[in-house]
Design a protein around this ligand. Structure first.
Ligand SMILES: C[S@@+](CC[C@H](N)C(=O)[O-])C[C@H]1O[C@@H](n2cnc3c(N)ncnc32)[C@H](O)[C@@H]1O
Length: 303
């Protein structure tokens, strides 16, 4: 009986030692492989609160990097090359959603009378036909918006504010042929996979999502040596992943990337075409979020 008791004791002690060794080895391996650590929630909350302050800022308090009034010709310069043609091909029953529209100037330009003096070849010569929805967390509508929207009519032009893209249901928003995002949700969200999933759920099959993201690892590999990456992606083992490589793992889409390595903030111009309805976006978790214009973010692909 005593023999059995002492062997149970020895077994327990050996198991405890083994558990300690396993913990040490796992931690050591993790640190050596540079496995990224998840941020503490209070830290993320603090940064999100700072980011909210930026969204709510008005007048002189708006940080200089937080630009909210880009027009349609800026969109033409910042979005992938097919954007103007795609917008120009929309008919009167088609719909365009601009996520993170700020003042909504790009949509106002789209509905402005075609100006013969406008430079040829720019989107600004389109003269709006499609219906459009501008979305912003904070309401940045100007008097100009109110006037022009009143003359175009509520059924053709809408401004949604007060919540984020993820807080709208599919029924509330309906489907779109074109979705744009110029330094909006795609550059500011703390949940990039969820945002992309939502965008793709709102796109009609055959429709296109046009966006831009700055200071990322570029698809063409021509990154500047001294670049500070504002949006970083890593795989489950902590190795760097390009934003376009991640996007290309999504089912039911065709991804086009145009790398702008010579821009002040090297940027990737992204066009995602939805080709079938069974979309599935590889999930990522947040590793870092620091408030800014746009914020600094680090995400890790889930295995
Ligand atoms: C820097 S402004 C860009 C405005 C406009 N696109 C431009 O280029 O002038 C960022 C915009 O993105 C919006 N935004 C950020 N995250 C968003 C989200 N998850 N859903 C909807 N809007 C978002 C902000 O409220 C704001 O309207």
């Amino acid at each position: 009986m005593r023999l059995v008791k002492s062997s149970v004791k020895e077994w327990k002690a050996a198991a405890a030692c083994l558990a300690v060794v396993i913990v040490i080895v796992v931690q050591a391996l993790g640190l050596r492989a540079g496995w990224p650590q998840e941020p503490a929630q209070p830290q993320v909350d603090e940064e999100m609160a700072k980011q909210e302050k930026i969204y709510r800022s008005r007048g002189a308090d708006v940080p200089s990097g937080y630009v909210t009034n880009r027009g349609l010709s800026d969109y033409a310069d910042l979005l992938p090359s097919g954007f103007c043609d795609a917008l120009g091909s929309l008919g009167s029953s088609d719909r365009w959603l601009d996520i993170g529209a700020g003042d909504g100037q790009a949509i106002l330009d789209y509905y402005a009378p075609v100006d013969a003096a406008a430079p040829a070849g720019k989107c600004s010569r389109l003269g709006g036909r499609a219906r459009s929805v501008a979305m912003s967390i904070e309401d940045r509508r100007t008097d100009k918006w109110q006037q022009q929207a009143a003359s175009v009519g509520d059924d053709r032009i809408r401004y949604l504010s007060g919540k984020r893209l993820r807080n709208y249901s599919g029924e509330e928003l309906g489907k779109f042929q074109i979705i744009t995002d110029v330094f909006g949700g795609f550059s500011y969200t703390e949940d990039l996979s969820q945002l992309l999933e939502k965008v793709l759920s709102l796109l009609e099959v055959g429709g296109g999502f046009y966006t831009v993201v700055q200071s990322v690892r570029l698809e063409d590999g021509k990154d500047k040596l001294d670049i500070y990456y504002q949006t970083e992606l890593v795989d489950a083992a902590g190795r760097d992943v390009k934003v376009c490589s991640w996007l290309k793992q999504t089912a039911c889409v065709k991804v086009g990337c145009e790398s702008k390595s010579d821009w002040d903030a090297p940027s990737e111009l992204i066009n995602i075409r939805k080709v079938c309805s069974d979309v599935s976006v590889p999930r990522m978790k947040l590793l870092k979020y620091e408030a800014g214009n746009p914020p600094a973010r680090r995400f890790q692909l889930e295995p």
